[in-house]
Design a protein around this ligand. Structure first.
Ligand SMILES: [Zn+2]
Length: 119
């Protein structure tokens, strides 16, 4: 990867990060007021609990994604961005272009997902 490619990926990371931070913020606000207060036309507790759980798990996924993005930005700063955490080979630019915070090459990702399923 050349400097320009890394720069554009970094910009992409920063933009995605911004969006995620806002979303996490929103979810936090929602789970603090809207769900705690009485909503007159929602009498179904199960529906409310379900909606809340969906929001919270989305928030969790967002926070996880944020961590990966922060790690990727830190790696760019440190100059070792774009290598697979498992086999340490370079991750192809095309792959980073679609998911700039990806941690593994295609091969290691496949193995890793298999391990997650077996665990
Ligand atoms: Zn790998």
């Amino acid at each position: 990867m050349n400097k320009e490619q890394i720069e554009s990926l970094k910009e992409k990371l920063l933009r995605t990060r911004q969006t995620l931070v806002q979303e996490v913020d929103n979810i936090q606000k929602h789970s603090n007021d809207e769900f705690e207060s009485e909503v007159p036309d929602v009498n179904d507790d199960a529906t409310r609990t379900y909606t809340r759980q969906v929001m919270l798990s989305r928030g969790e996924a967002d926070r996880h994604q944020l961590k990966l993005i922060d790690a990727a930005i830190a790696a760019i700063e440190a100059g070792d961005y774009g290598t697979c955490v498992d086999c340490e080979l370079d991750i192809p630019y095309e792959r980073l272009l679609s998911v700039p915070y990806v941690e593994r090459c295609v091969e290691c990702m496949g193995k890793w997902e298999q391990e997650q399923k077996e665990a």
